[in-house]
Ligand binder design. Sequence first.
Ligand code: SF4
Length: 220
Amino acid sequence: MSPVVPLQDPHAPVDQLGRTMHDLRISVMDRCNFRCPYCMPKDTFGEGYRFLGAAERLSFPEITRLAALFVALGVRKLRLTGGEPLLRAGLPELVGDLAALPNVTDVALTTNGVLLARHAEELKAQGLARVTVSLDALDPAVFHAMSGGFGTPGEILDGIEAAIAAGLAAWAGAWLGAPLLPGRLTDVAALAGAITLGTLAYGMVVWIFRRALPLGKFAQ
Ligand code: SF4
């Protein structure tokens, strides 16, 4: 009888269902250039809020070393997130370091997209494979309420188009937490038409948040 070959490293970390953990999300920046009310409300994350100083964040070599340790335990896919990861100076350099790690099959980025057009080509050149962009609304007024008054839908769409042009697989995510804002469903439907589907590996990631938020909070 041939020996039984285990399908996974017996020492690899597993979740509660016994599945090997292949994906690792790495937060590289606690700050964000948006103030989405469901994430960083202005009244909490205002002028006086103390974010980490540059020296308090893990350096790129430290992040790369940590990622390598996780890869040795079975992780294969890395996703950079924040806050807003593109606020971290030199992020493409980190992407390059992570993509070069042996056995890493995928490096992805989650971003609000407002800085994406500026960095898409360099990120792709450094080995980024995919980008997930959150776009809460196409209507400027609704977007303004959802982002805390920062950015525009046009800037985000430009970022998505730049990512596609650079050869990145782009996913657009919409916040669909209940209760819905007026126009949210039509926004989500319109998003499909706002981006050239022929060139976009398009998907809709629905983020359901644990807490239902009062409509009045966004409708002001
Ligand atoms: S863009 Fe993302 S990280 Fe920034 S405040 Fe909004 S939800 Fe939070």
